[in-house]
Design a protein around this ligand. Structure first.
Ligand SMILES: NC(=O)c1ccc[n+]([C@@H]2O[C@H](COP(=O)([O-])OP(=O)(O)OC[C@H]3O[C@@H](n4cnc5c(N)ncnc54)[C@H](OP(=O)(O)O)[C@@H]3O)[C@@H](O)[C@H]2O)c1
Length: 348
């Protein structure tokens, strides 16, 4: 069994399971800029043998290898870290095979390990076949993830919502909170659907799962960890005619009326050690974070009530998925968390 400990001159061998999807493609795109990794294996069940840049045409010239069949035991032995970028329900089958008899590390991008098994089963109406305690890899809230073998990469909506409310929850100030999120359509993955069909999506906005979206469980879990007595957490998502990005407007009702300067100071101080969260002085836009691992946050106090409005913006495929997964990998291999991820947004 080879040790995954790394010297600076030894490249980290990366495997990606589910490499034909959006988050798999985004891992591959982002990792072209990472100085410490080499892509060892990228799998696909239906496109094994096909060159990566045949499916991911935007990666032409960057990878000349082909997708391979997911022979998980063999891939785990060849790699130092494997990203599982597959649907929920599939990862819980893959992860135990990857971890068996190897020292490989795994970052799972699915929902399978983000919640305790009992909560997962209730939320996803699916039996969990691999229950275990796994750290929730929202880096800004869980530095302990760095020393783990398996990390559960957070959901996209919960990343934007939890980062919007965490500083107030950490101080025990929240009475209750309402999260209203708008997502680009890549959040639903690569498979076309009625929602993503152009005439249905263009010039349109659709609210969905008004009170029952599964990601609410992750928001309740993480804010509840920070503030045990937190009141109700409400979450409603929308799909908007954008490809990437999640804009969340959080209405946070505090126990007592607060003033703007005090609230801004809480956010600035909380995120000072965290390079990917920018507390900015204007209302964030998706365009400010597109293609990046940043979460932009703006805070305004409603002087007439106990309401604080916090707006956060992330790219669902980067901070909401593959970028955050690489941020986790960096910390798991003792690299600066910004390695390979320090890039400004694509604009316009
Ligand atoms: N899209 C986002 O913004 C986002 C954000 C955060 C988290 N996530 C999570 O990340 C995971 C991947 O998301 P995605 O958007 O990349 O999905 P996707 O575009 O649908 O791609 C998933 C890939 O996994 C493979 N796959 C499909 N079903 C599988 C199965 N039953 N067993 C093994 N492999 C299977 C497929 O590749 P082959 O058929 O070629 O094998 C597919 O290309 C999901 O769990 C998703 O919830 C997504």
């Amino acid at each position: 069994m080879e040790s995954p400990t790394h010297s600076a001159d030894k490249k980290i061998k990366v495997g990606i399971i589910g490499g034909t999807g959006y988050t798999g493609g985004e891992l591959l795109r982002l990792l072209t800029n990472h100085p410490n990794v080499t892509i060892e294996a990228v799998t696909s069940r239906k496109s094994a043998g096909v060159r990566i840049d045949t499916i991911h045409k935007h990666l032409k010239g960057f990878y000349n290898q082909a997708f391979e069949t997911p022979d998980l035991g063999a891939i785990a032995k060849r790699c130092d870290i494997v990203f599982t970028a597959v649907p929920h329900g599939a990862a819980m089958n893959d992860v135990p095979q990857l971890l068996k008899d190897t020292l490989v590390k795994v970052v799972d991008l699915s929902a399978d390990y983000r919640l305790p098994a009992s909560v997962f089963e209730k939320t996803y109406a699916l039996k969990h076949t691999d229950p275990r305690d796994v750290v929730y890899g929202l880096v800004e809230l869980h530095p302990e993830a760095a020393s783990e073998t398996l990390v559960a990469n957070p959901g996209c909506y919960p990343t934007g919502s939890n980062l919007a409310a965490a500083p107030l929850a950490a101080k025990g100030l929240i009475d209750h909170a309402i999260f209203d999120s708008k997502s680009g359509v890549s959040g639903a993955g690569i498979k076309p659907s009625d929602v993503s069909h152009y005439p249905n999506l263009a010039q349109n906005i659709e609210a969905y799962k008004l009170t029952t979206h599964r990601h609410a469980a992750e928001i309740r879990q993480e804010l509840g960890r920070l503030q045990g007595d937190i009141g109700s957490i409400s979450f409603t998502p929308h799909v908007i005619p954008a490809i990437r990005g999640i804009l969340t407007t959080a209405h946070i009702f505090t126990k007592e009326k607060m003033d703007t300067d005090a609230v801004q100071a809480i956010y600035t101080e909380f995120y000072a050690p965290h390079p990917f969260v920018r507390v900015i002085d204007s209302i964030p836009m998706l365009g400010g974070v597109r293609g990046t691992n940043f979460c932009d946050i703006f805070v305004e106090v409603d002087e007439s009530s106990n309401r604080i409005v916090v707006v956060s913006a992330i790219d669902n495929l980067v901070k909401g998925a593959s970028g955050q997964a690489i941020q986790n990998m960096n910390l798991m291999f003792n690299l600066p968390q910004t390695t390979g991820l320090w890039t400004p947004a694509v604009n316009p």
